[in-house]
Design a protein around this ligand. Structure first.
Ligand SMILES: C[S@@+](CC[C@H](N)C(=O)[O-])C[C@H]1O[C@@H](n2cnc3c(N)ncnc32)[C@H](O)[C@@H]1O
Length: 247
């Protein structure tokens, strides 16, 4: 079969340098592609620091109707994604580009957290599979050794929002993507840590609410201490589960 994927190379490796490639397999590339070209993801692409490939796995269905789903064995509502078109799509991608770290978006997966974003930002090739309907035939996940990852304890209609969230969480950590690389190091959850401190900007007083005085002191050590204390307070109050990880 000669696949005719709708994949779009947004950026080619510059000067032969391989940049991290995020490949999103979806039935709705039109929903995903604009996001990959906007804001931080678009900037990363323009700077040649990341590359994206969005593929409609329906293009790998072999029948006349381009079928990707079927009724569940055992009965019940909804449809299940058949394994063959997705497997053909993944295998085509791996032949073209080499092996990928393969993640399938799935409510039953491992919760997506910052340490995984940090790992993915250093991974050469990441494949994100977006489910639909009742999800995937389990044999596909087992056969192709997919890791499963969840965005949270709620159910969406598809994996696209999760794939975009994971791509953005990882790409913004690639050195050079953000205007100031320190931003990512000071964000919530960095290195498995707790929450960020509160932020303030102009005006100094707004609706009788004044910015804390220490932030005008010019004393960098006092400001650093104040921020660390506020971050710790917030973490203990709002996310005691994370406070346990702090040293
Ligand atoms: C309607 S959901 C399938 C729900 C599945 N029957 C269940 O209860 O676990 C369809 C697709 O949306 C995506 N999805 C929905 N919620 C998700 C979540 N919390 N995290 C990651 N992916 C999710 C997955 O790709 C899933 O295959």
């Amino acid at each position: 079969m000669t696949p005719n994927p709708r994949g779009v190379y947004l950026v080619r490796p510059i000067f032969g340098v391989q940049v991290p490639l995020f490949s999103i397999l979806t039935l709705f590339p039109d929903a995903v592609e604009p996001y990959l070209g906007a804001s931080i993801l678009g900037i990363a692409r323009e700077k040649g620091l990341a590359d994206y490939l969005c593929v409609d796995f329906r293009d790998f269905a072999r029948d006349r109707h381009r079928t990707v789903d079927d009724r569940p064995f055992g009965g019940g509502p909804g449809m299940v994604l058949r394994p063959e078109p997705i497997a053909a799509c993944v295998e085509w991608l791996e032949r073209e580009h080499g092996p990928f770290r393969k993640l399938a978006l799935c409510p039953a997966g491992k919760p997506f957290r910052q340490p995984l974003a940090e790992e993915l930002s250093k991974t050469e090739r990441v494949l994100l599979l977006c489910g639909r309907y009742e999800g995937y035939d389990q044999r596909l996940l087992d056969e192709l050794a997919f890791e499963t990852v969840s965005l949270g304890d709620y159910v969406l209609s598809g994996g696209e929002l999760g794939a975009m969230a994971i791509t953005e969480a990882a790409v913004r950590l690639i050195p050079g993507v953000l205007g100031d690389d320190r931003s990512a190091n000071e964000d919530s959850f960095h290195g498995g840590g707790g929450l960020d401190h509160p932020h303030y900007t102009r005006p100094r007083v707004w609706r009788e609410r004044a910015v804390p005085r220490v932030l005008f002191s010019g004393n960098h050590e006092s400001i650093r201490e104040w921020r660390a204390e506020r971050a710790q307070e917030r973490t203990i109050e709002r996310r005691p589960d994370l406070a346990d990880n702090e040293n």
